[in-house]
Design a protein around this ligand. Structure first.
Ligand code: B12
Ligand code: SF4
Length: 487
């Protein structure tokens, strides 16, 4: 038997402004429990803690794990290194293994941290289970498919591991290892919610589209869970964890529309008292009326609408290729059916002109969206957008931590910084200055308790436009509140 500590890293020293459960680690833990040997697993989420690293040292000292796993996205890169250092500082001398989007996209950089032993690339369940098995019998971890490790001056990789074909074959995430009550103290990803206790649900993996700014860690072949398998998890969340609000965070939940509708049908047929949100967005030019009507049957439903740009040229350039007329139809139909919609827009694509930026803002303002977020484009390594601009970014001294939800540190567009950030600021003002929108928000807003947090987020987004992130000063980061929002 091995004792395993799984740690989710955090960009800030202070709790995060929008929360999701550490689903990746919960999947790994559930998979480990399926091994013939009884492993003991604990999850420690640094995003829920005010003072992260001293406490982590204490956890390692008291839990005494045999093996530690770290999970990080790219903005959490320095947290990953600090966490590894804190773990080593506690005297831990077992393997420190990291996985998640950051180690997958930046293996060389991740292994430059001397406290790190090994990386798991891409999907982790099978690789991590095999690593633990090999470690238990003193085998060679570098031979396990799907890993990267230091090799002299460079890095070595074992053969890639194929993606899991049948997602129903992996166990449901280990919901018993997280405290749903504690997570529900925080603002969930959708920011507003209709019921107190929420959970995240991943009903499929991978997205077949090829947007140039998106990192693909689950491959390009859409892999769905069966509706029955999804229902089993919703049932567990309701019955054992009293969850009432489900936030589905698939890349593209509606890729197989009939499957998506059947999931709604099954949940409703069983009379499970949940509302549903898609804070990560849906592909909004492929929805039909039946899908939206079924969604509207929940007491409350929320869809985020990732439009990104209303410029056809930019749509082509970023390979999103959205049918904007169809997206407008979706937004209008949602408005008619009382489904809450929030648009996601990206400003400042390479070479984007003032006319194109304004067209995007006009699209949002003229639409019947309840709300909209206007982000500044930041290319991530591992994406085509980054590869195209890597040199330029290097020259500008780009660092991963230099941006967050509220502030974009760069401007790749054809307009000056001043113009870009003015347009971004005014976008929020124009969205808010619509009496019919305000009336619609009041009609469809799920819960009065979230009115103030939602207004605050709007103000933070407005104020954040054009400001650079100040590393090491988390109190200056809007939204990185040190206290739970309290439901
Ligand atoms: C939930 C989510 C969030 C949450 C939580 C983010 C966080 N701090 O972790 C919120 C809403 C806060 C968020 C915000 C952002 N996000 Co986000 N988000 C997601 C989303 C939709 C789901 C994550 C998830 O739960 N996946 C499901 C689980 C099962 O997958 P997983 O965590 O990757 O775990 C698997 C493997 O990676 C691996 N693994 C993971 N950890 C470990 C650890 C070990 C030891 C091992 C062995 C294996 C392993 O095994 C797991 C099981 O197979 C993903 C998209 C996606 N498809 O994953 C984007 C994604 C993670 N987000 C992304 C981005 C860019 C952001 C933002 C930076 C956006 C922005 N411009 O502000 C912000 C960052 C804010 C912040 N400070 O956290 C990118 C990350 C790219 C990158 N290089 O890091 C992703 C991948 C989207 C994309 N396709 O580009 N996000
Ligand atoms: S941005 Fe969305 S639609 Fe585009 S590739 Fe990524 S997950 Fe797919």
């Amino acid at each position: 038997m091995a004792r395993i500590l799984l740690v989710k890293c955090s960009q800030y020293e202070g709790v995060l402004s929008a929360f999701s459960y550490p689903l990746g680690l919960m999947y790994l833990a559930a998979r480990l429990r399926r091994e013939r040997v009884d492993h003991e697993v604990r999850i420690h989420d640094l995003r829920t803690r005010d003072e992260n690293y001293d406490e982590l040292r204490d956890v390692v000292n008291s839990y005494r794990p045999d093996l530690v796993g770290l999970s990080a996205i790219t903005v959490e890169a320095s947290s990953m290194a600090r966490a590894a250092a804190a773990i080593r500082a506690s005297g831990f001398d077992g393997p420190v293994i990291a996985g998640g989007p950051h180690p997958t996209a930046f293996p060389e950089e991740s292994l430059a941290c001397a406290d790190m032993d090994l990386l798991v690339l891409e999907e982790g369940e099978e690789t991590f289970a095999e690593l633990v098995r090999e470690w238990s019998r003193g085998g060679d971890l570098h031979r396990v498919p799907g890993v990267a490790f230091r090799n002299g001056a460079g890095i070595g990789r074992s053969p890639a591991r194929p993606f899991i074909r049948d997602l129903d074959s992996i166990p449901l995430p280990a919901w018993d290892l997280v405290d749903v009550g504690e997570y529900s103290q925080f603002k969930s990803m959708s920011g507003i919610r209709s019921r107190p206790r929420f959970a995240n649900l991943l009903t499929s993996r991978a997205c077949p589209y090829n947007c140039t700014y998106c990192l693909s860690i689950f491959g390009k072949k859409f892999r769905p869970r069966s509706p029955e398998n999804v229902l089993e998890e919703v049932r567990l969340l309701v019955d054992r964890h009293d969850v009432g609000y489900i936030e589905i965070i698939d890349d593209v939940f509606n890729h197989q529309l009939d499957r998506a509708k059947r999931i709604f049908d099954l949940i409703q047929a069983e009379g499970l008292p949940v509302d549903v949100a898609f804070p990560n967005g849906l592909r909004c030019d492929t929805l039909d009326r039946e899908f939206l009507e079924k969604l509207a049957c929940f007491d409350h439903a929320l869809i985020c609408v990732p439009v990104e740009s209303a410029s056809p040229r930019i749509q082509r350039m970023i390979r999103k290729n959205l049918d904007l007329a169809k997206v407008s139809w979706t937004i209008d139909t949602c408005a008619d059916l009382g489904i809450y919609t929030r648009g996601y827009f990206m400003l400042g694509f390479p070479g984007e002109t003032e006319a194109e930026l304004k067209a995007t803002v006009d699209f949002a303002v003229r639409s019947r969206l309840h709300a909209a977020f206007f982000f500044v484009v930041v290319p991530f390594k591992g994406t085509e957008l980054y590869d195209t601009y890597a040199k330029e970014l290097g020259q500008r001294g780009y660092r991963h931590e230099d941006h967050d939800y509220f502030r974009g540190p760069m401007n790749l567009s054809a307009v000056s910084d001043e113009t870009l950030f003015q347009i971004q600021k005014w976008a929020y003002v124009r969205m808010a200055a619509s009496p019919s929108r305000i009336a619609r928000v009041f009609r469809d807003f799920p819960n009065r308790r979230f009115v103030w947090p939602a207004v605050k987020t709007g103000i933070e987004l407005f104020r954040g436009a054009g400001k650079g992130h100040k590393p090491g000063r988390p109190d200056l980061i809007p939204g990185a509140s040190r206290r739970p929002t309290g439901y």
